[in-house]
Design a protein around this ligand. Structure first.
Ligand code: NAD
Length: 334
C-alpha cells in the first residue's frame, strides 16, 4: 500500500504528530511553521530536507504530493487552516479543541461536508491505554450499567499560559478540559443538561476562571461530573472514576495501574483487581493510525467533525452555565 503523504503545520506539539505519522509508515511530505526557528529545529530533528520546509501554509494548498494535513497551530487558527486544506481537497487531522466557538465548529463541519473529505479532531485521550481499557470494560458489561461517571483535568498552566492560551475564548474548560469532557461523552454518551460553578484563585494572567466544576445529566438519569483546574498545585492528572451497577473502575492517564472493584456472589465488592496499564497520555501513533484507516475507508474516524463539535458544544455549555448560574442544555443540532 502506498504511504500517505502528510503535511504537519505547527511544530511544537505538532512534533508528536510527525513522530506518530512516521511510526505508522506515512511520508512527511512537508512541514510548516511561521516561526523559522521552530521550523529549523523540527526539520533538523526529524531529518526533513529544506525543500520540504515552509513558513506559509498557503504554499502547500496546491501541491499534489500531499494527501492530508495535520493542523497543530493555536486553537484560534484551527478553522482557517482546516477549512483551507479541506477546500483544497485534503483530509485534515486537526488538534483539539476543534475550535473555540460554535460558529467555527459549524463552518468546519460545512467545509468537510462540501469537500467530501475527512476532518478528524485529535481527541487523543481516546487512545490512552487506560481509557481504552475503561471503554472495553464498559462495553463488555463488566461494570454493568453506569449510573455515575466523573473525570478531572488538573494541569498547572502557570508557566504556559502567557500567550494565545490567555485569550478569553480559550477558557480552561475548552482548552484542556475538553479532554475530560470528550472522555465522559465517549464513555457515557451526550449530556442532556449541564450545570457548573467556576472560581478564579490561581492564574492572575488569564481573564477566565481557573477552576470549574460541572455536573451533568445523561440519558436514563445517569449522572456525571467534570472538574477542571488549570492552576492546581499538583502533578498533571486525568483521574477518572466510573460507577456501574456491577462494578467500579478508578483510572488515570498518568498511572501504571487501574483499580477495578466488582461485586462477588454475595453482591458485595471485596478485594479490588489491580490492572497494569501502559502510561501513554499522548498516543499520537495510535491516533494517526486511526486517521489513516479512516482515510483508506477501512474504519470510521472516532472523532469526526460532528463528534469534535459535540465536545466543544458541551464545553461551551459548561462555561455558559458557570457564567449565568443556570443549567444549560447543549444543542447538538448540526
Ligand atoms: N492533544 C494534546 O494533548 C495537546 C497538547 C498540547 C497542545 N495541543 C494543541 O496543539 C495545538 C498547538 O499547541 P502547542 O502547544 O504546540 O502551541 P505552541 O504555541 O507551543 O506552538 C504552536 C506552533 O504553531 C506555529 N504557528 C502558529 N500559527 C501558525 C500558522 N498560521 N502557520 C504555521 N505555523 C503557525 C507557532 O509558530 C508555533 O511553533 C493547539 O491546538 C493545542 O490546543 C494538544
Amino acid at each position: 500500500m502506498e504511504a500517505l503523504k502528510i503535511a504537519v503545520i505547527g511544530l511544537r506539539f505538532g512534533m508528536a504528530h510527525i513522530e506518530g505519522a512516521m511510526g505508522c509508515g506515512a511520508e512527511i511530505a512537508a512541514i510548516c511553521d511561521c516561526d523559522g526557528e521552530n521550523l529549523r529545529f523540527a526539520g533538523e530533528r526529524y531529518g526533513i530536507p529544506a525543500e520540504k520546509r515552509f513558513t506559509d501554509y498557503r504554499e502547500l494548498l496546491d501541491r499534489r504530493d500531499i494527501d492530508a494535513a495535520v493542523i497543530a497551530v493555536p486553537d484560534q487558527r484551527h478553522r482557517e487552516l482546516s477549512c483551507a486544506f479541506l477546500a483544497a481537497g485534503r483530509h485534515v487531522l486537526c488538534e483539539k479543541p476543534m475550535a473555540l466557538t460554535r460558529e467555527d465548529t459549524r463552518a468546519m463541519i460545512r467545509a468537510a461536508d462540501d469537500a467530501g473529505r475527512l476532518l478528524m479532531v485529535g481527541q487523543i485521550c481516546r487512545f490512552t491505554p487506560a481509557f481504552e481499557k475503561a471503554k472495553e470494560l464498559v462495553e463488555n458489561g463488566t461494570l454493568g450499567d453506569l449510573y455515575y461517571l466523573e473525570s478531572e483535568y488538573a494541569h498547572d498552566y502557570m508557566k504556559i499560559v502567557d500567550n494565545w492560551r490567555a485569550d478569553p475564548l480559550r477558557h480552561g474548560v475548552i482548552g484542556g478540559g475538553c479532554h475530560a469532557v470528550d472522555l465522559l461523552r465517549w464513555l457515557g454518551g451526550d449530556p442532556r443538561e449541564v450545570f457548573a460553578y467556576g472560581t478564579k484563585r490561581l492564574l492572575p494572567q488569564v481573564p477566565y476562571d481557573d477552576a470549574t466544576v460541572a455536573v451533568m445529566k445523561f440519558d436514563d438519569n445517569t449522572m456525571g461530573k467534570v472538574f477542571v483546574s488549570t492552576g492546581c498545585k499538583r502533578d498533571y492528572t486525568m483521574r477518572t472514576v466510573l460507577y456501574g451497577t456491577k462494578g467500579t473502575l478508578i483510572c488515570d492517564n498518568t498511572s501504571p495501574s487501574m483499580t477495578l472493584f466488582t461485586a462477588g456472589p454475595d453482591g458485595m465488592a471485596h478485594e479490588p483487581e489491580i490492572i497494569p496499564v501502559e502510561v501513554n497520555n499522548h498516543n499520537a501513533a495510535r491516533e494517526f493510525a486511526c486517521f489513516a484507516e479512516a482515510i483508506r475507508g477501512n474504519a470510521s474516524a472516532p472523532t469526526d467533525a460532528r463528534e469534535g463539535a459535540k465536545t466543544v458544544e458541551v464545553c461551551l455549555s459548561i462555561i455558559e452555565s458557570a457564567g449565568t448560574g443556570r443549567p444549560v442544555r447543549p444543542d447538538y443540532s448540526f
